[in-house]
Design a protein around this ligand. Structure first.
Ligand SMILES: Cc1cc2nc3c(=O)[nH]c(=O)nc-3n(C[C@H](O)[C@H](O)[C@H](O)COP(=O)(O)OP(=O)(O)OC[C@H]3O[C@@H](n4cnc5c(N)ncnc54)[C@H](O)[C@@H]3O)c2cc1C
Length: 453
C-alpha cells in the first residue's frame, strides 16, 4: 500500500464513529473473513460504519485514493476480488420496522432474513425470504432473490419498494420508481453496483397459515420421487418446491439414519392450511417411504426450519444453472449426474421449481430481473474438506448436465459466482451499464458480480 493511501486510511479511521481494521492488525483476519471460508479475500481495509455520515466518509476516502468500495454483510456471495477495495460491513444498520397496514417491511442493511421474518410472526404477513436465515435481506433482494414464495408472488427483487443508499459521489438518496425509475429498475436485480445501501423497503403479502417442511428419501427412490415432485410443481404452480440430492459425511456427529448416506430430498412450502398441504404432500409419500419427514404447520418466523440449511460459515465451491427441462428423462440424468459427482466429493445439488409468478412478464418493465422461463434452477455446492476434494472434478457432471439441459437467463443469487451476463440478456446488460455510468462513472462501487466478466 502506498504511503498516501496508508495515511488516508489512518485519517479515515480517526473521523469514523464506527471502526476500521487494516491489514496486519490482530482483528484483520476475523474482519475480512466471509461466510464462504473457501474465499481468501484480502481487502485494503474493513470498515464497520456506525451511521450514514461514516459511509459518506468511507466513500470520500475511496474517491480520493482510488480504492473501490464493496458492501458485504455476510459473504455468502463472496468472490476473491477485493484487492484495492475498502470492504464495508453494514452490521450497525440493524433497524427492523413492519408496517402492517401498509404491508411493507423496512430493514437496515445489516439485517438478515431470519431476524426479519421473526419480526413478521403474528402479523399475518410474509416477505419473500430465501431459504437461509443468515442470508442478508438487502443482499438477496438486490441480486434477484428466489423464495419458496416466489411461485406465488414473484422474485424478491420485484418486491422492492424503496432503497436508501449513499451513492458513489456521497449523496444520500431514497430511490423509488417516482424518484428515479431507471435506478430503481437497476436495483431490482442489478446487485450492489449502484451505491452503499443503508436500508431497504419491501412489499409484504398476506398469508394467515403456512404448511411445509422437508421429506428425505433413500437414493434408490430418488428418480421416481423427483419425477413426482416435478409433476406436482407443474400441476400446482403456486406451491414452493425444492428438490435435491445430498451426500452426508461419514462422521460420528451425523444422525445415524443419515451418516455417510446419499439421499434425495423434497422441500415444500404451501400457503394454506395443514389439510390442503398434506393432500399435496401425499402425492410424494405415495411414491416411496421417507426416512425423515418434517412436514408441519408453521409460522413465518420458523421458515428457516423448513430448509434446515447449515448456517455456520464453511468453505464451499458453488455452481448454478437454469434448466430447461423437468421431464422424467431429466430427473434420471440429474440423479445420475449427482451420483457421479458425489463419488468425487459433490455435497449437495438442489433444483428450485420455477414457473408460476416467476414466469410472469407483469411488472418486468420495473425490474432488471425479468420473467424467468426455465422450469428449474439448479444450485449445487462442494464442501471443500481438504486437498483431496477437487471442486472442478466434483462439479463436472453438473456442468455436463447444464451443457445438455441448460437454458439462458436466470436469477443471479441462484447462479453461483460469475457476472450478471450469466443471468441477463444483452439489452438488460446494456441498460445496467448505462445506469452504472450515470451514477458511478469512476467505478468506485464494486459488487461481487460485474455486469460482464
Ligand atoms: C446457504 C445459502 C443459502 C442460500 N439460499 C438462497 C435462496 O434461498 N434464494 C436465493 O435467491 N439465494 C440464496 N442464496 C444466495 C444468496 O442469496 C446470495 O449469495 C446473496 O447475494 C447473499 O447475500 P449476502 O448479503 O448474505 O451475501 P454477501 O456476499 O455479503 O453480499 C452479496 C453481494 O450483495 C451486494 N450487497 C449486499 N448488501 C449490500 C448493501 N448494503 N449495499 C450494496 N450492495 C450490497 C454486494 O454486491 C455483495 O457483494 C443462498 C446462499 C447460501 C450460501
Amino acid at each position: 500500500m502506498t504511503d498516501a493511501r496508508a495515511t488516508a486510511l489512518e485519517d479515515l479511521r480517526s473521523t469514523l464513529t464506527g471502526t476500521l481494521v487494516l491489514p496486519g492488525e490482530p482483528e484483520y483476519d476475523a474482519a475480512r473473513s466471509p461466510w464462504n471460508l473457501g474465499v481468501d479475500q484480502r481487502p485494503a481495509a474493513v470498515a464497520t460504519p456506525a451511521d450514514v455520515a461514516d459511509v459518506q466518509a468511507i466513500l470520500a476516502t475511496a474517491r480520493a485514493t482510488g480504492l473501490g468500495v464493496t458492501t458485504q454483510p455476510n459473504g455468502h456471495g463472496a468472490t476473491d476480488a477485493l484487492e484495492g477495495v475498502l470492504l464495508v460491513r453494514p452490521s450497525a444498520f440493524d433497524e427492523i420496522t413492519v408496517d402492517v397496514e401498509g404491508r411493507t417491511l423496512r430493514v437496515g442493511a445489516g439485517v438478515n432474513w431470519g431476524a426479519a421474518l421473526q419480526a413478521l410472526d403474528g402479523t399475518g404477513l410474509i416477505g419473500l425470504a430465501g431459504s437461509n436465515p443468515e442470508v442478508n435481506v438487502v443482499g438477496l433482494a438486490l441480486n434477484g432473490g428466489h423464495s419458496m414464495f416466489s411461485r406465488l408472488h414473484g422474485l424478491t427483487a420485484r418486491s422492492i419498494v424503496a432503497v436508501e443508499l449513499v451513492d458513489a459521489s456521497g449523496e444520500v438518496r431514497r430511490v423509488t420508481d417516482a424518484d428515479d425509475a431507471e435506478l430503481a429498475w437497476a436495483l431490482r436485480g442489478g446487485g450492489g453496483l449502484f451505491g452503499v445501501v443503508t436500508a431497504i423497503e419491501l412489499e409484504l403479502f398476506e398469508a394467515d397459515v403456512l404448511f411445509g417442511g422437508g421429506l428425505v428419501f433413500p437414493s434408490e427412490s430418488a428418480v421416481p420421487v423427483i419425477s413426482a415432485a416435478f409433476a406436482l410443481a407443474r400441476d400446482v404452480p403456486e406451491l414452493g418446491l425444492d428438490v435435491g440430492m445430498m451426500q452426508f459425511p461419514d462422521l460420528p456427529v451425523m444422525p445415524p439414519h443419515l451418516r455417510g448416506r446419499v439421499v434425495a430430498s423434497v422441500g415444500l412450502v404451501h400457503v394454506g392450511d395443514e389439510a390442503s398441504g398434506r393432500a399435496l404432500a401425499e402425492r410424494l409419500l405415495a411414491v416411496a417411504e421417507p426416512i425423515a419427514n418434517s412436514l408441519t404447520a408453521f409460522t413465518i418466523g420458523s421458515l428457516a426450519a423448513v430448509a434446515a440449511e447449515p448456517t455456520d460459515p464453511m468453505p464451499t465451491a458453488d455452481f448454478g444453472a437454469s434448466i430447461g427441462s423437468d421431464d422424467d428423462g431429466f430427473a434420471a440424468a440429474f440423479v445420475e449426474g449427482f451420483l457421479a459427482g458425489a463419488a468425487h466429493g459433490l455435497t449437495r445439488a438442489g433444483l428450485r421449481a420455477m414457473g408460476g409468478a416467476t414466469a410472469e412478464e407483469l411488472g418486468s418493465e420495473l425490474s432488471a430481473v425479468g420473467a424467468v422461463h426455465a422450469p428449474l434452477l439448479l444450485n449445487a455446492g462442494v464442501l471443500l474438506m481438504g486437498p483431496a476434494v477437487d471442486p472442478v472434478v466434483a462439479l463436472q457432471p453438473l456442468r455436463d448436465l447444464d451443457a445438455r439441459y441448460g437454458v439462458a437467463g436466470g436469477v443471479p443469487t441462484m447462479l453461483g459466482p460469475g457476472p450478471l451476463s450469466l443471468a441477463y440478456p444483452p439489452e438488460v446488460l446494456e441498460r445496467l451499464a448505462a445506469v452504472k455510468q450515470r451514477v458511478d462513472p469512476s467505478g468506485v462501487i464494486r459488487s461481487n458480480r460485474a455486469i460482464t466478466g
